[in-house]
Design a protein around this ligand. Structure first.
Ligand code: ARG
Length: 391
């Protein structure tokens, strides 16, 4: 009996060639196709996997788990990498890794494989996650090993072995998409001076084609999680899809970033994440209403650290779990509604309200009904400034 390997299969050129390459190396290949909301045609991909030589192709609908166990924790923590990236790709990796491990265990396979190159973050994320979940599994990364240095060489290999590939590839970029956003790199984007053409974007309309009238969305949060928009209760997947749709129409959530990869390379990548941008702004606005000053300050530090844990593939670690506990304990009062105005590429918070609000009009007002005792301020300043007077 040949050795079994579970391959994270995307349906693209790299992983299709990988199926065949693994077979040549004596493996029986099971292709695992993860549905994380990328809106892919899984029928075509499954057929391609079989044609390339897989003995089985399994599709996993991971959308719900992705939202509840990965996206919401990231949103609650306020994770944003290098001020621009909502971590869509990075968040999907530990989930896909978990499914590879589960599938390998079920299938009694000793090997798992992925189609990442040796230059990116994703190889690290997959392998750290797999290692943490089942350290007995051996990982193979064909793209890192094979002697097919260019896309053209891979195409020749595919042709030679009758692997059906999409030759009419529409976009000259490397793209990774899921519910939480899309990551686009390579091709002409490799010159950080060149402005991305509109052809690079797909979730968002060009700025000059957005409506001249703003749209408003009222987002209702409970325990830090968005559960309704415009008074309509929605499950996580539908809520995110709806915000991607309307946000995309107003060109919300684009970013263009030269980012620092874990492996030491600076790379230029552009992102689209309409729902993530809208929800991030709304959640932040609600927190400013209901959290006390010191918790807010501490949460900023946590956000920074949490974004790095996600980026660096450290999802299944004690620190990540501990931070989740802190974040969850901070979210009890994050309940209420934020009204967000979407207009010409901007998600602008227009209003916020909460039954748990710490905002007290009678303290803040410069008008009638002021209850703040201004005479106390003198003594407060005296003592607060004492060290500096001495200095
Ligand atoms: N730079 C992003 C990350 O490391 C996305 C990587 C995948 N990007 C892509 N266009 N295939 O998380």
């Amino acid at each position: 009996m040949s050795k079994k390997v579970v391959l994270a299969y995307s349906g693209g050129l790299d992983t299709s060639v990988a199926v065949r390459w693994l077979k040549e190396k004596g493996f029986s290949v099971l292709c695992y196709l993860a549905d994380v909301g990328q809106g892919q045609n899984f029928g075509i991909a499954t057929k391609r996997a079989k044609k390339a030589g897989a003995y089985k192709a399994v599709i996993g609908d991971l959308k719900k788990e992705f939202v509840n166990d990965f996206i919401w924790p990231s949103l609650k923590a306020g994770a944003l990498y290098e001020s621009e990236y909502f971590l869509a790709t990075a968040l999907s990796r530990p989930l896909i890794a978990k499914k590879l491990v589960e599938t390998a265990q079920k299938e009694k396979a000793e090997y798992v494989a992925h189609g990442c190159t040796g230059k990116g973050n994703d190889q690290v994320r997959f392998e750290l996650s797999i290692g943490a979940l089942d350290s007995r599994l051996k990982v193979i990364a064909p793209v890192r090993e094979w002697d097919l240095p260019t896309r053209e060489a891979e195409m020749r290999y595919a042709k030679l072995h009758n692997i059906p590939i999409d030759v009419t590839r529409k976009k000259p970029y490397s793209i990774d998409k899921n519910l939480w956003g899309i990551s686009i790199e390579s091709g002409r984007l490799e010159d950080p001076w060149l402005e991305p053409g509109e052809d690079a974007y797909e979730m968002t309309k060009p700025l000059n084609k957005t409506p001249d009238k703003p749209s408003y969305v009222k987002i209702y949060f409970k325990k830090g999680i968005p559960v309704a928009i415009n008074n309509k209760g929605l499950n996580g997947t539908s809520l995110i899809n709806a915000l991607n749709e309307i946000g995309g129409r107003h060109c919300i959530g684009r970013s263009d970033l030269v980012e620092d990869r874990l492996v030491g390379i600076k790379s230029r990548e552009i992102y689209e994440a309409p729902a993530a941008k809208i929800l991030y702004e709304a959640h932040k606005a609600l927190e400013s209403l209901v959290l006390d000053r010191e918790t807010l300050c501490f949460k900023e530090l946590v956000s920074l650290k949490y974004s790095r844990l996600i980026y660096d593939g450290l999802w299944y670690t004690p620190l990540k779990r501990a931070i989740d506990k802190f974040v969850d304990s901070s979210q009890g009062s994050v309940e209420g509604t934020v009204n967000v105005k979407l207009f010409k590429g901007n998600a602008i918070v227009a209003g916020r309200k909460s039954p748990k609000s710490l905002y007290k009009k009678e303290l803040a007002t410069y008008g009638k009904g002021d209850k703040f005792n201004q005479s106390l301020a003198k003594g407060f300043i005296e003592i607060f400034g004492l060290p500096y007077k001495k200095f």
